[in-house]
Design a protein around this ligand. Structure first.
Ligand code: BJW
Ligand code: ZN
Length: 254
């Protein structure tokens, strides 16, 4: 692995443009559960029962109960050394674009923590492909509001409603079968196409269109560096594959 660490450092060090794609694994060491694999959320819950618009239409109380629980877990979680290393990279290397599938807000928190008073944090850091758990959105008019942390999911009547139109609020995340924000996905693919290096961290790379972003790096002549303790669909195409935990590997290579 030492040779691979050196190679990853060298590739990242001389890259003009770096595309970073992160997934749930980057937050695992902060205590945020991943989705797939041992201990993953989808081991205990069925995605189609909770993370689809159909599930919300069928049983909004159940869906809200799950998200209220996720929000309460997240309130205890803090950025780990992987989030901090990536925030420092983005700040010191202006050619970096960080694209995340995570909805936990930890990349943003890490960026706030590392920015010095004389520096300006990039408002587009990170590009959040799947939305944010710390925002709500009206299921009818689309109005966005800061997340409610006091949601009473005890009955359908007690669920939070839009102050504008009275329809049910929902978490501002992207469920299966829903379109990602077009401007966010376009910015992510544009960054991928111009990247010399794609650094892919803690994602199983099975959910589309996010999983196609590293492929776009390769198709445009860039190379992939992967950080993941497990083998993924991307491992075979990575020039360097570092099979460790993001919180240890990233501070070493960045
Ligand atoms: C560590 C570690 C450590 C552990 N350090 N690593 C093409 C082909 C096939 C299917 C499709 C396709 N195009 C679209 C689809 C359908 C679908 C899809 O992809 N399905 C596949 C699963 C088969 N995609 C969609 O539906 C998307 N929408 C769409 O395409 O719309 C089209 C449309 C267009 C126009 C109009 C209408 C529609 C939407 C996808 C939304 C995904 N949403 C979720 C939930 C978000 C909200 C919430 O949190 O509740 O997003 S699902 C879930 O998966 C979440 C994640 O962001 C996403 C990815 O998961 P991730 O991050 O990879 O986590 P894991 O758990 O899978 O992996 C963790 C990894 O970390 C593992 O590899 C570990 O080894 C590793 N690890 N510890 C480093 N310490
Ligand atoms: Zn509304």
């Amino acid at each position: 692995m030492t040779g691979d660490v050196e190679r990853a450092r060298e590739l990242i060090g001389r890259a003009e443009r770096i595309l970073v794609l992160t997934g749930a694994g980057v937050s695992a060491e902060s205590g945020v559960p991943t989705f797939r694999g041992d201990g993953g959320l989808w081991r205990s819950y069925r995605p189609e029962a909770l993370a689809t618009p159909e599930a919300f239409a069928r049983d909004p109380r159940l869906v809200w109960e799950w998200y209220a629980w996720r929000r309460s877990c997240l309130a205890e979680c803090r950025p780990n050394p992987a989030h901090v290393a990536l925030a420092r990279l983005a700040l010191r290397h202006p050619g970096t674009s960080l694209v995340t599938q995570n909805v936990d807000g930890l990349h943003h928190q890490a960026a706030d923590a590392v920015v010095r008073p004389e520096e300006v944090a990039d408002p587009a850091y990170p590009l959040e492909l799947h939305g944010a758990l710390h925002r709500d959105r009206c299921s009818r008019c689309g109005r966005r509001t800061p997340a409610r942390y006091d949601v009473d999911a005890g009955s359908p009547e007690s669920l939070p409603r839009c102050e504008e139109c009275g329809a049910l609020l929902r978490p501002d995340v992207v469920w299966f079968g829903e379109a990602l924000a077009p401007e966010v996905i376009a910015a992510a693919f544009e960054a991928a196409r111009s990247a010399d290096v794609g650094l892919v961290v803690g994602t199983s790379a099975v959910v589309h269109p996010a999983a196609a972003i590293p492929e776009a790096v390769i198709r445009s002549g860039g190379v992939l560096v992967e950080v993941n303790p497990e083998t993924t669909t991307l491992t075979a195409s990575a020039v360097v594959s570092l099979p460790g935990a993001a919180g240890s590997v990233l501070p070493e290579i960045l």
